[in-house]
Design a protein around this ligand. Structure first.
Ligand SMILES: Cc1ncc(COP(=O)(O)O)c(C=O)c1O
Length: 463
């Protein structure tokens, strides 16, 4: 039997991150400040430490991973690349399906890859405390884990609906010593304003980001910074260790490049982490179908306009050029909490504009159906976010069967669902429904974008 768990040892870990900004055929549009001019690194300094701002604006192709960060990552990295032979057999597909198992980290997802790096760089810069937002709680628990290891204080604003639906992640954060409150909270001006207008709001990542930024920049000691779990260039950079490991592992498995790469995308970080090292191959001529997947309830990449927009509801962040549902968008309370962000990473968006990626959306019920098939064949119970990607894996594997083609499919198994069993319970007892964002809602939320600077869709036309 061929190996189905392809392992690397500590010595094989990648020692540099890959920066797609160096290779994008058309460069990113710059983030803009309130005056409509590009922001300078100094303007970001109250929010992020300068060493991370340097990574954010870097156009170097390779960036060294400090040895001390690797020392922490060795707890679970390199992660296994597994072949989903049991699912392949069940589907009777000629496709070979590989999944990069990021669920083996202590918090249970890919998020600590950047949490550890961000906490480390902040500590180097003399910062004592980090604030952040979290949706499903994966990111909050990852940052709590990282801050604990690096001796930083950690404050997490957790989207209200997930705070109620997913109490276990809040307990994990407490176990790692972080302080987690439901957002909107009464602790910030942004939170109080929204609570006064919408006391029953389920919250959103946009609102929680506003609160976390406010809590960081108003600390009179100047020793608090904000940390973001996705979207920004440096976050995606830290996640590329996933794809770089996967490349080595596919080679060991005797594969050339994959035919299809799939990842779910909330802010884009796990998708980018797996796919960007392969996007580089596509830019250089490889024929790979690369699919970021999102929920139909939050159809950023598949239906929203490409525009300049704020990253948060209170309009405190710079304007980013991205596909966006509008910063005021409050998504319906679907269970894939980590996929409910109104925008998408600018690097992912520019790759979509170029035609390098083929985004796709699935309904909630379809993704739970895929999750159940996965759990009953492979055995592992996926996170609801990951299940969106698995819906695409099953669709592509079935297509390969119809076409009789031996496709190689690579997917990011971004997290386990052992803290998300209430969602499974709701699905299995028939309580979940599908939701497609109505066109009027989309128009209502994106109307405000007309007042902001226009983002030009620039592309070479090669893909
Ligand atoms: C398991 C899991 N996968 C995916 C995501 C989506 O985030 P991103 O698009 O940044 O990878 C999240 C976000 O919380 C998550 O918890």
């Amino acid at each position: 039997m061929k190996p189905i768990k392809i392992q690397l040892n500590e010595n094989d870990i990648p020692r540099q991150w890959y920066n797609l900004a160096a290779d994008l055929p058309t460069p990113l549009l710059p983030p803009l400040g309130p005056d409509g001019n590009p922001v300078t690194p100094d303007m970001l300094a109250p929010v992020f430490p300068m060493n991370l701002i340097e990574q954010e604006v870097s156009s170097e192709r390779w960036i060294d991973i400090p040895e001390e960060i690797l020392d922490i990552l060795y707890r679970w990295r390199p992660t296994p690349l597994r072949r989903a032979v049991y699912l392949e057999k069940h589907l009777k597909t000629p496709a070979r399906i590989y999944y990069k198992d990021e669920s083996v980290s202590p918090p249970g997802s890919h998020k600590p890859n950047t949490a550890v790096a961000q906490a480390w760089y902040n500590k180097q810069f003399g910062i004592k405390k980090l604030t952040t937002e979290t949706g499903a709680g994966q990111w909050g628990s990852a940052l709590a884990f990282a801050c604990n290891l690096l001796g930083l204080e950690c404050k997490v604003f957790m989207v209200r609906i997930s705070f109620d639906q997913k109490p276990f992640r809040k307990m994990m954060m407490g176990t790692w010593g972080a302080n987690c409150v439901a957002s909107p909270s009464s602790e910030t001006n942004a939170g109080r304003k929204i609570l006064a207008e919408m006391p029953d709001t389920p919250g959103s990542l946009g609102i929680a980001i506003s609160e976390a930024i406010e809590a960081a920049v108003t600390d009179p000691s100047g020793k608090t910074r904000y940390s973001l779990g996705s979207v920004l260039n440096h976050v995606l950079l830290h996640q590329t260790i996933i794809g770089l490991e996967a490349k080595k592992q596919l080679k060991i498995a005797g594969e050339k490049l994959p035919d299809i790469i799939i990842g779910c995308a909330g802010g884009g970080s796990n998708f980018a982490g797996l796919s960007f090292p392969f996007v580089a191959d596509k830019i250089n001529g490889a024929n790979i179908k690369i699919i970021p997947v999102e929920p139909t309830a939050c159809p950023t990449m598949t239906r929203a306009p490409f525009a300049y927009d704020f990253g948060d509801t209170a309009c405190t962040t710079p304007l980013l050029a991205m596909y966006t549902l509008g910063h005021a968008f409050v998504p319906p309370p679907i269970h894939a909490g980590g996929l409910r962000y109104h925008g998408m990473a600018p690097l992912v968006c520019q790759a979509i504009v170029e035609g390098l990626l083929e985004p796709r959306a699935y309904h909630q019920l379809r993704s739970y159906e895929a999750a159940i098939t996965w759990a009953r064949t492979e055995g592992f119970i996926p996170a609801p976010e990951t299940s969106q990607a698995l819906a695409a894996v099953i669709e592509e594997a079935e297509k390969a069967k119809e076409e009789g083609k031996e496709k190689v499919i690579l997917v990011n198994y971004s997290g386990h669902g052992l803290m998300d069993l209430l969602g499974y319970d709701a699905y299995l007892s028939g309580q979940l429904t599908d939701y497609e964002l109505p066109e009027e809602e989309l128009k209502k939320y994106t109307k405000d974008l007309e007042k902001l600077p226009k983002a030009e869709m620039r592309k070479t036309g090669k893909w």
